[in-house]
Ligand binder design. Structure first.
Ligand SMILES: C[S@@+](CC[C@H](N)C(=O)[O-])C[C@H]1O[C@@H](n2cnc3c(N)ncnc32)[C@H](O)[C@@H]1O
Length: 264
């Protein structure tokens, strides 16, 4: 896999960047899917395992939880952190499971990174039993995902060419309408689209900035591409736009959630 999106970075850097929001968002996906103890479930695009871990806690049995991700370091971190789960290196577009295997398939912050999201969601539906849930979440990159919205606004302010990389413009499926159409086109008509807000705490501004320097995610990959002067300018501009003080603070992040059910 190429590292265009910064997903070959260390898992710990991901944990400190977007991973910080993962456990709270995972609870929302699990509630939307109606997962119960004993369910057999799949996490698609598991990363280092925020949703996978929440699924283990909900189902109560790691051996009932499977996960896939094309990033070898993320899949390895997920497997190491959650012994007994079935973690595989692979992509949504070709899931390594037979038809009708799972009670539900969930995907947290992934469909917008898939090469072919329609094929990915269709695969999720294929491996879920009739009547089971397929759930996907995507950030509201253009609006309510505070960290990334402020980041790309700050980047464009110091480097106009960064506007072309703004995830609010480049990412697909990050509006309720487009997310709903994705599910329709993948054989899950009538999916319910909700918006949810989650939060993350930071010890201070350095706690927010440090993982970006490690090149994680599209925003980190952009930081890593900058020379020292531009990096310092962006660091300052983002701090100003976040309107935080250099002490513990909290940020909100809005995501859209699609919940569909496999036709019986
Ligand atoms: C923003 S991260 C989300 C990780 C995890 N779900 C979470 O919530 O923390 C996006 C993940 O999607 C994975 N990914 C990218 N393309 C994928 C594809 N075609 N199929 C499955 N996962 C993919 C990346 O490797 C990365 O781990």
């Amino acid at each position: 896999m190429s590292d265009q999106h910064g997903f070959l970075a260390p898992a710990e850097a991901y944990d400190r960047h977007i991973g910080r929001y993962g456990p709270e968002l995972a609870k929302q996906l699990i509630a939307a899917a109606g997962i119960e103890p004993g369910d057999h479930v799949l996490d698609v695009g598991c990363g280092p395992g925020a949703l996978t871990g929440a699924l283990v806690a909900t189902t109560g049995r790691p051996e009932l939880v499977a996960a896939v991700d094309p990033s070898p370091p993320f899949a390895a971190a997920c497997a190491e952190r959650l012994p007994g789960t079935d973690v595989r290196t692979g992509a949504a577009e070709s899931l390594p499971f037979p038809d009708d295997t799972f009670d539900a398939a969930l995907s947290q912050l992934v469909v917008n990174f898939m090469q072919d999201a329609t094929a990915g969601v269709r695969e999720m539906a294929r491996v879920v039993k009739p009547g089971g849930a397929v759930v996907a979440a995507v950030w509201d990159y253009a609006g309510g995902m505070t960290l990334l919205r402020r980041f790309w606004d700050a980047a464009a302010a110091i480097d106009p060419s960064a506007a072309a990389l703004d995830e609010g413009r480049t990412m697909r499926y990050c509006t309720p309408g487009e997310l709903g159409r994705l599910f329709d086109g993948a054989g899950l008509p009538g999916a319910v689209i909700d918006s949810v807000i989650v939060t993350a705490w930071y010890d201070g501004y350095e706690d927010l900035w440090a993982p970006l320097e490690q090149g994680v995610g599209p925003s980190g990959a952009y930081v890593a591409s900058l020379d020292a002067d531009r990096r310092a300018a962006l660091r300052e501009e983002l701090f100003r736009r976040l309107e935080v003080i250099d002490a513990p603070f909290m940020l909100d992040a809005q995501a859209f959630l699609a919940t569909g059910h496999v036709p019986r």
